[in-house]
Design a protein around this ligand. Structure first.
Ligand code: C2O
Ligand code: CU
Ligand code: CU
Length: 411
């Protein structure tokens, strides 16, 4: 991979979801200076799937991703991607969809801010853009189509569904195929999560992919913008869950040749991955309430958020982890829900709020939605030294930039 920085500020190239060593991970320490280039050979040894990349300099990730430094990255593999069972024609019946929300100034320029309300709840735009276009239309063949959805928004959560309630099959999560397709009619994606779905268009009907305007989730089931919290904050979160956002229109083109694929029934005999026995537990508490955190944000200023009572510090290693050892991480959140992400590996979600999570419905992940608490089973098979450690953080990018991030070595 050759990354050339032609901008006037430092960037990084983080490969989100890839199992690469710390020095290739593109964390905040591995800056690519303006005018310089980074040429890397990544060794890929993980399941085929839908991954992504984005810039990750400390304090500027939100703005840089928002302004465009992000993209999708597909891993293919004849051995693990079941190419004979699935649509694989890129852009024809295998369609990448990068979903982001944006706000525009009157002159049509991107508007961004990460203070006050935008810091508290994460930045939210009022327009949804798909691969850079607002509510685009895509022609599809009259057969089974695979959509690869990436939520690359800074903070917004989507609940993707079809306008007519049409059912589809989820076949993959963040990091590769599920054991078998799962039928559903709504799929929720938090920031940085991915999902692959199969949709059968053989009935020739045009459909719209939509999502409600999902409010920010406050602890205890409250919603920012509708509940008392929103009223207290004055401006409200300007979300209306009854309003549907149009994501894109999928129109069947009978002239296009449909692939002969039928819905696959099984991808893997194994019901879940083999992580081995966990040898340790670690706890991570995501804090909104640190010091001036909440107050600072409400007063419209900058604020420090944190994990385990500490705001992110590039010079401090928060955890040291042993290569190849399996651990259980317990993540909990105060006040509002957060998408928690871990670099350098994929994990299994064991539980959310004490309820067991079925691997068959999630597959391997690298982001877990923490609306209260969650437990994950995790193991690292690549090293990360103190000069280029791995990160764990909230993937609401304004939270990450404000310090809801920690770093760790693996050796
Ligand atoms: Cu998607 Cu630390 O990043
Ligand atoms: Cu990442
Ligand atoms: Cu967060």
């Amino acid at each position: 991979m050759l990354v050339a920085n032609r901008l006037d500020r430092a960037i990084t190239s983080h490969w989100h979801g890839l199992h690469v060593p710390g020095w290739q991970d593109g964390g905040p320490q591995t800056l690519i200076a303006p005018g310089s280039r980074l040429d890397q050979t990544l060794e890929i040894e993980q399941p085929a799937g839908t991954y992504w990349y984005h810039s990750h300099p400390h304090g500027e990730t939100g703005e840089q991703v928002y302004l465009g430094l992000a993209g999708m990255l597909l891993i293919e593999d004849a051995g693990s991607s079941h190419t004979e069972l699935l649509p694989v024609e890129y852009g024809v019946d295998d369609i990448p969809l990068i979903v982001q929300d944006r706000a525009f100034t009157r002159r049509g320029e991107l508007a961004y801010d990460d203070d006050g309300m935008a810091l508290m709840q994460g930045f939210r735009g009022d327009k949804v853009v798909i691969n850079g276009a607002i509510s685009p239309k895509k022609h599809v063949p009259p057969g089974i189509v695979r959509l690869r959805l990436l939520n690359a928004s800074n903070s917004r959560v989507y609940r993707f569904q079809f306008d007519d309630g049409y059912e589809f099959h989820k076949i993959a999560g963040d990091a590769g195929l599920l054991p078998a397709p799962v039928r559903m009619d709504v799929v929720e994606l938090a920031p940085a999560e991915r999902v692959e779905i199969l949709v059968d268009f053989s009935d020739g009907r045009t459909r719209q992919l939509v999502s409600p305007d999902v409010p920010v989730s406050m602890m205890g089931g409250g919603m920012m913008g509708n509940g008392s919290m929103g009223r207290m904050m004055g401006q409200g979160a300007s979300s209306d869950p009854d309003q549907m956002l149009l994501i894109l229109t999928l129109e069947v083109d009978q002239a296009k040749k449909a692939s002969k694929i039928a819905l696959p029934t099984l991808f893997s005999q194994a019901p879940s991955p083999d992580f081995g026995e966990p040898v340790r537990r670690r706890k991570f508490q995501l804090n909104m309430m640190m010091g001036m955190g909440m107050m600072g944000a409400m007063l419209g200023g900058k604020a420090d958020l944190g994990i385990n009572g500490k705001t992110y510090d590039m010079g401090r290693i928060d955890e040291t982890i042993r290569l190849g050892e399996t651990e259980i991480w317990e993540i909990s959140a105060d006040m509002m829900a957060h998408p928690f992400h871990v670099h350098g590996t994929s994990f299994q979600v064991l539980s959310q709020n004490g309820r067991r999570v079925d691997y068959a419905s999630t597959g391997l992940k690298d982001v877990v939605w923490v609306d209260g608490s969650a437990e994950i089973l995790v193991r690292f098979n690549h090293p990360a030294g103190p000069d280029a450690p791995y990160m764990y953080h909230c993937h609401i990018l304004e939270h990450e930039d404000a310090g809801m991030m920690g770093q760790f070595t693996v050796s």
